[in-house]
Write a protein that binds this ligand. Structure first.
Ligand code: UD1
Length: 420
């Protein structure tokens, strides 16, 4: 296994270029199975999760070429309809092939993903949505066995106890593009990645309106065309680099991103005291000013994203005063807190709220990464800690950040990858 070794205390400067969004790329790659036409995707991030999704669609029959962020996919025929456990266990987002296989082959067999470090992650809302559209679904021996004679448009309500679901909205949307009649998803998730998938499907010739609102309308159509499409920039990667500048009290420029997708993240940085300059597709972050404690309430888009909460916890742990983070989406997403406390952070967890009393400094330590965003938080803490920090199990981080340590090194950080 690999680990990062970080010598803390270096200032960052210069520019960083943001990659394509993981959470758009994964469903868009799965959705390319809908058609026997040629699909060309640009700005595809080179991530372990993307490679896993490629492996899955190849297993199902796709011919794939991936070179320098351009992914060419051609699936003249679906050869298999199963997503095996060995692939799904590596990446939950494998469930996105369910919608595409049902639309194209009317059947699918997808292994159940199980839980993960950030808490239980059921897929009941995906199943509910697809059942509403006329899919028979049985759970047998750890697999979702799904088949339908005809997908039919319907009003689909996939609201769960935690609100709307990004994954279920996208899965139903993919299944619905070729359904008979009109499908309305309400309430729908309105994350930028949902819009991106809808825009990709429209570029293929399908008919979706309302993406970006809580009511998505899909008119079923049977044919698609060749398509070339560019994935949006990763707002969480951009937010993570913005937080890296803040925590190291540095000033950097974040390029090739979409500032409009980061409104709540940048707004919270400004509230903390970080200077933020927004360009059309770049952001200048100035972390050299006095910072103040803040309260964060995690919510669905356009609220503060759960995927940025861990990185902000690292930042707030060295901002004077008492801050709080209330996590409302995933129950067990404070795994980074215990590791930050081993570096000297003063954090108390009370239910779904973390109370952070800012300390003057963190000290380097041996740390264990537990999930993707927690890993990023620990790296950020290591950048500012006194002395050496070793972050183990960075395979989590490689799932979702492209060349993270190389991008940080170019900004001036002292971070290297080595075998444990
Ligand atoms: C996606 C993102 C993830 C992000 C999350 C929330 C991808 C690949 N992952 O995950 O990075 O943290 O959105 O913005 O895009 N829920 C149910 N039943 C379901 C589905 C979800 O109860 O069938 C619950 C979840 O447990 C969670 C909440 O709904 O509490 C939101 O989950 P959801 O929006 O579906 O997250 P994902 O799509 O899995």
């Amino acid at each position: 296994m690999q680990q990062f070794v970080i010598e803390g205390g270096m200032k960052l400067s210069g520019e960083v270029i943001i990659s394509g969004a993981k959470n758009s790329a994964l469903p868009i790659i799965a959705a390319s199975l809908l058609t026997d036409k040629k699909v060309v995707l640009e700005n595809v991030p080179d991530l372990v999760d993307v490679r896993t999704m490629i492996e899955l669609i190849q297993h199902l029959g796709a011919d794939v070429m991936f070179d320098r962020h351009v992914l060419r996919i051609h699936t003249p025929k679906i050869k298999k309809i199963d997503a095996p456990y060995d692939i799904v266990r590596k990446m939950r987002a494998s469930y996105y092939v369910l919608g595409a296989l049902l639309a194209r082959e009317k059947k699918a067999k997808v292994s159940l993903p199980g839980g993960c470090a950030i808490g239980p992650r059921p897929i009941d809302l995906h199943i509910k949505g697809l059942r509403t559209m006329g899919v028979n679904i049985e759970i047998e021996e750890g697999f979702i066995n799904a088949h339908t004679r005809q997908l039919s448009g319907h009003e689909v309500n996939i609201e769960g106890p935690k609100g709307t679901s990004v994954g279920a909205t996208i899965n139903v949307m993919i299944a619905a593009v070729q359904a008979k009649g009109e499908t309305i998803i309400s309430p729908a998730a309105c994350e930028p990645e949902v819009i991106d998938v809808a825009n990709f499907l429209n570029a293929m010739g399908f008919d979706i309106t309302g993406q970006g609102t809580h009511r998505i309308n899909i008119k079923g159509k049977s044919s698609a065309t060749d398509v070339k499409y560019s994935i949006i920039p990763d707002r969480i990667e951009a937010g993570t680099f913005a937080t890296a500048a803040a925590i190291t009290r540095s000033s950097i420029t974040i390029k090739d991103c979409c500032p409009d997708h980061l409104t709540s993240i940048l707004g919270k940085l400004e509230e903390i005291g970080v200077g933020v300059g927004r360009g059309e597709n770049n952001i200048v972050v100035n972390g050299t000013r006095q910072m103040h404690a803040a309260n964060i309430f995690v919510a669905t888009y356009p609220g503060f994203p759960t995927d940025m909460q861990a990185q902000f916890m690292a930042l707030l742990s060295i901002v004077r005063g008492t801050s709080t983070i209330k996590e409302t989406i995933f129950e067990n997403r404070f795994m980074q807190a215990l590791e930050l406390m081993r570096m000297g952070a003063d954090i108390t967890i009370e239910g779904n709220t973390a109370v952070i009393n800012g300390v003057d400094k963190l000290s380097g330590a041996y740390l264990m990464a537990s999930d993707l965003r927690a890993s990023a938080a620990l790296v950020l803490a290591g950048l500012v800690a006194k002395g050496r920090t070793v972050v183990r199990r960075i395979y989590h981080l490689d799932r979702g950040y492209e060349k993270f340590e190389i991008k940080l090194r170019r900004l001036g950080a002292s971070i290297k990858r080595q075998s444990e």
